[in-house]
Design a protein. Structure first.
Length: 148
């Protein structure tokens, strides 16, 4: 299924993160858990940046971030050069995030994504390749803007 997937969450996403680590392990996808590991309150920004900095440095690196809504993680991760984080609440969003934006970080909201649905979202996201074509020029515009 590819190279190691990085995963991180805040306290609001830790239970879903633990479930997803099990899913990835069963899929034989190497996974590195960057924390947090408890439900004690932490700042989502710390974990989003920890993962996003690693993803932004490596061209083919992918990551998964989880918090309660997913919004804070997505906003924070998208501040890092080279990161295209997509908040996905279902299979269709996961597929489009890869096809059209070549998202390298999948963001999930634990309040909105049930454990039972997370497997299909993750499988779809990991198996879907970037479509390129007309979308390539849009990604290039984002990359060019990041360089300013």
């Amino acid at each position: 299924m590819g190279s190691e997937i990085l995963i991180a969450s805040d306290h609001g996403g830790v239970k879903l993160k633990q479930h997803i680590v099990q899913i990835l392990t069963k899929m034989n996808v190497p996974v590195k858990d960057l924390g947090t590991h408890s439900e004690s309150s932490v700042d989502y920004t710390d974990y989003a940046l920890k993962l996003a900095k690693k993803v932004g440095k490596e061209k083919d690196r992918k990551g998964i971030l989880i918090c309660k809504s997913g919004i804070g993680m997505a906003v924070t991760a998208n501040k890092v050069k080279g990161v295209r984080a997509a908040l996905c609440l279902n299979k269709k969003m996961a597929k489009l995030s890869r096809l059209h934006t070549n998202a390298n970080v999948l963001v999930l909201g634990s309040m909105f994504v049930a454990k039972k649905d997370s497997k299909l979202i993750i499988e779809t996201w990991l198996k879907t390749a970037f479509e390129g074509g007309r979308h390539e020029k849009r990604i290039n515009k984002i990359t060019k803007y990041e360089g300013k």
